[in-house]
Design a protein around this ligand. Structure first.
Ligand code: MF3
Ligand code: CO
Length: 257
């Protein structure tokens, strides 16, 4: 799916990716605010579509290899790529939300997992640790570091908790396309893999399961679930390796690291 060439972005390109990233952050805020017991996943999708339109962006998922919605909504044992349905959220669910936007041809892509109402401590911990793993990975992703450093930081965050680290789905380069080279695995060995270069943009996205790492795809051809039915969490940000240093684009204000 990824072309093998890793493209180098200019500061002007990064400026457009920052607009797309801010738009994705606005989608996250709106969906997080709306997601509560009784709200359906298609209602969340409609909210996301409106925010993206208001920003003068285009939803990158819609139509991607035939994907039928604006965002991915992945409840409970759904890892990623859940298609919004008329399922209504219930107290005690967890929900992963993945959103992508394009501004003047340049992409932003990010995901988060949230609890709907009260959830047990061990479920809250799964969500917190997965988010922490994303930040541990982002902090490793500096010019001159290697992809193995990023993957190792993520994987080793899961280890003490015994979470399954999903291997079949990985992070990716991003730019004029949502998915570009290189692949960014959520596992690796320090000092191994490609050396990160100025001008790259990477989407880093750990997926941790409360049980095993194995995955399965439902008959709709999209929905990826845990093979053992355990809960799963997913966090993602888009990171720009700018001449001034690494910057997370998919936040309300781009964040230099
Ligand atoms: N955002 C997902 C990723 O991080 C891709 C969504 S797949 C789509 O790679 F089909 F919904 F677009
Ligand atoms: Co992604």
């Amino acid at each position: 799916m990824n072309s093998k060439v890793i493209t180098t972005k200019s500061p002007e390109d990064f400026a457009k990716m920052e607009v797309a990233g801010r738009c994705v952050a606005a989608v996250h805020a709106a969906v997080r605010e709306a997601a509560r017991p009784g709200v359906s996943l298609v209602e969340l999708d409609a909210i996301a579509a409106e925010v993206i339109r208001d920003w003068g962006c285009r939803p990158s998922f819609l139509g991607y290899h035939g994907y039928p919605a604006t965002i991915c909504t992945s409840p409970n044992d759904v890892i990623v790529h859940g298609i919004p349905t008329d399922y209504r959220l219930r107290e005690g669910d967890i929900l992963s939300v993945d959103a992508g936007a394009v501004y003047e041809g340049w992409h932003g892509d990010a995901a988060f997992t949230m609890a709907i109402g009260e959830v047990p401590d061990e479920v809250r911990r799964l969500i917190e640790v997965t988010e922490q793993a994303l930040w541990n990975g982002l902090r490793q992703a500096k010019v001159g570091a290697r992809l193995g450093d990023v993957g190792h930081a993520i994987e080793s965050t899961a280890e003490p908790h015994g979470y399954g680290v999903v291997r079949e789905y990985v992070g990716h380069g991003i730019g004029r396309q949502m998915h570009e080279a290189p692949n960014v695995p959520n596992y690796g060995r320090p000092g191994k893999g490609l050396k990160l270069k100025e001008g790259w943009a990477l989407a880093i996205e750990p997926m941790f399961n409360m049980g095993g790492a194995e995955t399965a795809v439902l008959d709709d051809g999209w929905t990826v679930v845990t093979a053992d039915g355990s809960l799963s969490a997913h966090f993602e940000h888009t990171l720009l390796l700018t001449p001034e240093g690494p910057k997370v684009s998919t936040l309300p204000e781009p964040l230099p690291l």
